[in-house]
Design a protein around this ligand. Structure first.
Ligand SMILES: Cc1ncc(COP(=O)(O)O)c(C=O)c1O
Length: 413
């Protein structure tokens, strides 16, 4: 039995028909589906101990606070953070990047300083740095791609200098699927005196992550891509750096003492968590971490690699297909479990609309990487993205539907 066959019943949403056909969900890079264990944890919080955290001395509030903080411990252990103080809950990865941009970027950068990004960044790891550059006078520099459409590490080395103050880079590209050498990037950047932020949205759900080994200064991820609900994500930051950073948002929870003229702030990590947080969602994020840990991230990664290899073998049979990013090796390694592509002159959104009629959910458009699409000279692309709950049979059905769809459009042209 494959991993997907073993755990598929954990995901109620997968067992339904769309347009009279069995749902084939191939859009996990946009958001993952949620196992019953996570859904039950969320429901249990609202049904049995819904209360605000860190405020009341009553039983429900204590219980909610304990569960909320226990989830933080789980996230810290999941990515091997040194301390629970290094995990700040945010709404999502975008908010986590904005937190670093506003709190650290706006206060530490000046004209002449440089921020290195890559052309494959998601808009979430691009627009906040544009804000920072516009406000501080710092300059944005972009690393391009190799001919295999992977990060050009040589160009990165050429751009790196003592002017570089920050490198903000995606771990796994949500469009190209390439995995960037983040440990090497951190080592090189630190040698130049720069800090590094890793956008780990597409890696944390699919492989073991060890922030101490990577040695990044910050790392961000979104809960909803890792089997948790929407509305919860996290920022990891080295404790000494977070300690130096001023608060991002002001309000309740993040203070020590408030006077009419000024305030003092709470200790880490609460200094960065203003207002009532997404309590149930954070607790459910802890449940998602438990669920993924129980399966094992090594096992998830190995199964998804095998699935990736199969997906690419099958996609290669589609005439006139153009795949983006590096190809997987024989074991499916070397790229993420997603494929962005175009077929002939067929518009990606037409492809996905017709596939939806067959119950197949894929994404089309620019996947929040417009500059990358311009760089690779594509107005958009279709994207099929996998998770460990997908099966080989689903890939067969997707390929079958894709062939039919392509035949249909070709006959019309
Ligand atoms: C690589 C990458 N970075 C950042 C994000 C932004 O995540 P969110 O919208 O949850 O903040 C995404 C979401 O698609 C992503 O794939």
């Amino acid at each position: 039995m494959t991993l997907a066959e073993q755990i598929r019943d954990d995901f109620p949403i997968l067992h339904q028909e769309i347009n009279g056909k069995p749902l084939i969900y191939l859009d996990s890079a946009a958001t993952s589906q949620k196992p019953r264990f996570v859904l039950d944890t969320l429901r249990d919080y609202y049904e049995r101990y819904n209360a605000n955290v860190h405020r009341g001395a009553h039983t429900l509030s204590t219980k909610a606070t304990d569960a909320y903080e226990a989830a933080r411990d789980k996230v810290a252990a999941f990515i091997n953070a040194k301390s629970r103080n290094e995990i700040v809950y945010t709404r999502n990865a975008s908010e986590a990047i904005n937190l670093v941009a506003y709190s650290w970027g706006m206060n530490n950068l000046k004209p002449g300083d440089e921020i290195i990004l890559s052309v494959m960044e998601h808009h979430s790891n691009l627009v906040p740095w544009q804000f920072v550059a516009q406000k501080t006078g710092a300059t944005l520099k972009y690393v391009g791609l190799t001919s295999e459409q992977t990060l050009d590490i040589q160009e990165f080395k050429n751009l790196l200098s003592t002017n570089t103050k920050l490198v903000a880079i995606v771990h796994v590209s949500n469009t190209l699927g390439c995995t960037n050498p983040v440990t090497e990037i951190c080592q090189l950047a630190h040698q130049s005196g720069a800090k590094v932020l890793i956008d780990a949205c597409q890696s944390v759900p699919h492989m073991p992550i060890n922030v101490q080994e990577i040695d990044c200064d910050w790392l961000v991820a979104s809960g909803h891509k890792m089997c948790a609900p929407t509305g919860i994500g996290f920022l990891y930051g080295k404790e000494e750096i977070l300690t130096e950073m001023p608060p991002f948002l002001g309000g309740g929870e993040m203070i020590a003492d408030v006077y009419l003229e000024h305030s003092t702030y709470a200790e880490l990590p609460h200094k960065f968590e203003a207002g009532t947080p997404a309590i149930g969602e954070a607790i459910a994020l802890g449940a998602a971490v438990d669920y993924l840990t129980k399966i094992g991230m090594d096992r998830i990664h190995a199964y998804e690699a095998e699935l990736t290899s199969y997906l690419f073998q099958q996609l290669a049979k589609i005439p006139d297909i153009h795949l983006y990013g590096p190809l997987p090796d024989a074991k499916g390694e070397g790229r993420a479990a997603l494929a962005s592509f175009n077929v002939g002159k067929i518009h990606a959104s037409d492809l996905s609309a017709l596939l939806d009629q067959e119950g197949v959910a894929i994404r089309s458009g620019h996947h929040c990487t417009q500059p990358l699409h311009r760089y690779i000279q594509a107005s958009g692309s279709a994207r099929a993205s996998l998770s460990f709950y997908n099966t080989h049979r689903e890939i067969d059905m997707f390929i079958h539907a894709l062939k039919d769809t392509v035949d249909f459009f070709t006959s019309m042209m």
